[in-house]
Write a protein that binds this ligand. Sequence first.
Ligand SMILES: Nc1ncnc2c1ncn2[C@@H]1O[C@H](COP(=O)(O)OP(=O)(O)OP(=O)(O)O)[C@@H](O)[C@H]1O
Length: 334
Amino acid sequence: MLSNSEIGIDLGTANILVYSKNKGIILNEPSVVAIDTENKTVLAVGTEAKSMIGKTPGKIVAVRPLKDGVIADFDVTTEMLKQVMKKASKKLGFSIRKPTVVVCTPSGATSVERRAIQDAVRGSGAKSVTLIEEPVAAAIGADLPVGEPVANVIVDIGGGTTEVAIISYGGVVSCNTIRIGGDQMDEDIVQYVRKRYNLLIGERTAELVKIEVGQALIDHEERTMDIRGRDLVTGLPKTIELSSNEIQDALKESLLHILETIRATLENCPPELSGDIVDRGVILTGGGALLNGLQDWLSQEIVVPVHLAPNPLESVAIGTGRSLSVIHKLQKVK
Ligand SMILES: Nc1ncnc2c1ncn2[C@@H]1O[C@H](COP(=O)(O)OP(=O)(O)OP(=O)(O)O)[C@@H](O)[C@H]1O
């Protein structure tokens, strides 16, 4: 049985989630840390730190210690995890001591990158750490029958990566990972606005634009939004109106890349499993799955049904938590 000292962690590029069996998701915050660079102390972690991005005085920086699904700054990640454990303990009402942890890694991570994730979680006080591949966790979290010999296709569009995996009989049959996800889409929007309007906007504004008027490559009713930034010619603040048609253009290249990756993965599917895909379709998960029109556009392009996971932003965390009890049955985790 899973106790509260057994937790699942979705250590994502954009968000970090902690799952406990009795309470479900007990923490869901941005993977951001605010640091005082003078004395190297951590000032804030999570939501509070994210609200500081791009707004801090010189000596304080708000950083994201993960990039493309893997650790970019080991020490800051470990510190973030320590603070996350403290916050999660507060939510539970008692201290999480030396927990047994299942944490996800991108399928495309190298052995060194996997080791770093394991060490960082251990460094935050965990007694034992087991890794699970992110698409497998996402599939478990989305209630797919991963243990059966049928093809479960998962398209997980996170902040740093998009992973497309075919899972059958408890394992990954075929998988492709690209380092394009929600962060790249934000960057696409920053670059578009810069080139088209000579206006500099921050990554948080770009993310808001993506969520509000972002649009996959499919016909839709046009929406608009006012945004503010710094005019690169005059140096002064300026407001412009952006439309969903423009953002559709800005996101085109990244979306086509994601589509190509899905196609390539499906083309590599063993023929015995291809029939399942026609019947069962593809499950879309990760925060990027929520982009307006994405589900319809993808089903139009790949001509198989595309379903949205019940909780795209939470599937991986739920899957890591659920898999902990299965792992206990299968192997002793030290
Ligand atoms: N409604 C929305 N429309 C478009 N994108 C969204 C929406 N909501 C969230 N996102 C994006 O989803 C991304 C975060 O998704 P998620 O939490 O699944 O990523 P992650 O697990 O942290 O990243 P990774 O799996 O790459 O490590 C962010 O880029 C965020 O901007």
